[in-house]
Every structure is written in C-alpha cells, then in structure tokens.
Design a protein around this ligand. Structure first.
Ligand SMILES: Cc1cc2nc3c(=O)[nH]c(=O)nc-3n(C[C@H](O)[C@H](O)[C@H](O)COP(=O)(O)O)c2cc1C
Length: 189
C-alpha cells in the first residue's frame, strides 16, 4: 500500500501505543532516504539520520529519559507521561534519531530538523507505518549519560539531539490526527 501525498498528510496521526512489530528494513530504508531527501537552509544538511532498532539501547534511552524527566523542575510533563502509562517511547520497536549540527547565528538547523522529522512521518504514513515525532527524546540526552549515548549512537563531534521519530505499527491503526483548525487560514485577494 502506498498512499498519495495528500492522503498521507491527512491520515498521519501521533501514535502513542505501538504493538511492538518491527517494520521491514526495506521500508525503513525508503523512509530514511526520504528523510535524507529533505530540503535544508543553504543545503547544509547538517543532520544525521540514525535508524535505531536495538531493543536494549532503546530501553536504556527510555529509562534515562524518564529519570531525567522525573528530575525536571516542570513536573507537568512527567505527570502527563505517567498518566499515559509512564512510557516515553510507547513501546516503539524503532526510532529514527536526528542529531543536528550546533546552530550558527541565523542557522536554520531546527527548521531543517523539523522538515526531516515530517518527511519521516509522512513517508511512513504513505507506507502504512505509524509514527510519533518525539521532542521529549531530548531528555534521554540531557543528563549525565548524554555523552555516553551520543557516542554509542555515533553522533558526530559537536552534534546535539535535534529530535527523534518513533516508528512501528499502532495497536489501534484507526487512530485519528488532530482536527485541522481551518479558521487559522486566511486569504487576502
Ligand atoms: C516537534 C514536535 C514534538 C513532539 N513531541 C512529542 C512528544 O515528545 N511526545 C508525544 O507524545 N507527542 C509529541 N508530539 C506530537 C504532538 O503532540 C501531536 O502532533 C499533536 O498533539 C497533534 O496530534 P496529531 O499528530 O495526532 O495530529 C510532538 C509533535 C511535534 C511536531
């Protein structure tokens, strides 16, 4: 099954309960290459795309992220995750991690990184794979084990976590995205 672009955009939703089944490598390869095809400011491409399938490392990252979240002064985020079952990575069997080069003044790395994440989410949706763009993945790298994880994952020198996208299959494949608020659109003619 391959959805067209508009259908993939309108059916993609944030999956917060994966069934643990791993997508095939051929699909992950298509998705990773769609990520690498993202546009970037001045074509800098100052990112990496790390396809992480290793269960132990995923679990280690999740445990460290939860530990750092629990210690974070804003308890609201931690409580929100706890109320959703206490899992930062929602049983996802795969995660694409996007480290980015440290921003120069006026740099567009964060925009670039967002586009990479969306290319991953949309190409996944087109292939029938569910996803969650996971900003809270930064907490896996924010504590004392941050450098250890960057090394184990092969981050280049001076690269920081940009974002990660969780991938797999939803326990409920009929999940729905947010209702688009079309009142935010205005036309001036
Ligand atoms: C940059 C970004 C970071 C996000 N980080 C998280 C996250 O860490 N955890 C989470 O559960 N959802 C995260 N989300 C998902 C949003 O909550 C979700 O996109 C929003 O609620 C709309 O729902 P939908 O994606 O199903 O349409 C993130 C989304 C974006 C775009």
């Amino acid at each position: 099954m391959i959805l067209d672009t508009i259908e993939a955009i309108s059916t993609r939703f944030s999956c917060r309960a994966f069934n643990g089944k791993l997508p095939p490598d051929e699909d992950l390869d298509v998705i990773a290459k769609a990520a690498a095809a993202s546009p970037s400011g001045m074509n800098r491409q100052s990112w990496r795309i790390i396809v992480l399938k290793n269960k132990e490392l995923l679990a280690d990252l999740e445990a460290e992220g939860m530990k750092n979240l629990a210690a974070y002064p804003d308890k609201g985020i931690y409580e929100r995750i706890m109320s959703r079952g206490g899992k930062l990575y929602y049983n996802a069997p795969c995660m694409m991690i996007i480290p980015i080069g440290v921003s120069a003044p006026g740099g567009a790395e964060l925009f670039d990184c967002g586009i990479v994440a969306e290319n991953i989410a949309l190409s996944s949706a087109a292939l029938g794979i569910n996803s969650l763009i996971c900003g809270l993945s930064a907490f896996s790298f924010s504590g004392e084990r941050g450098m250890e994880f960057k090394t184990r994952l092969g981050f280049p020198e001076a690269y920081e976590i940009g974002i990660a996208v969780l991938l797999g299959y939803a326990e409920n494949p009929d999940g729905k995205p947010h209702e688009p608020d079309v009142s935010k659109i205005s036309w001036i003619v």
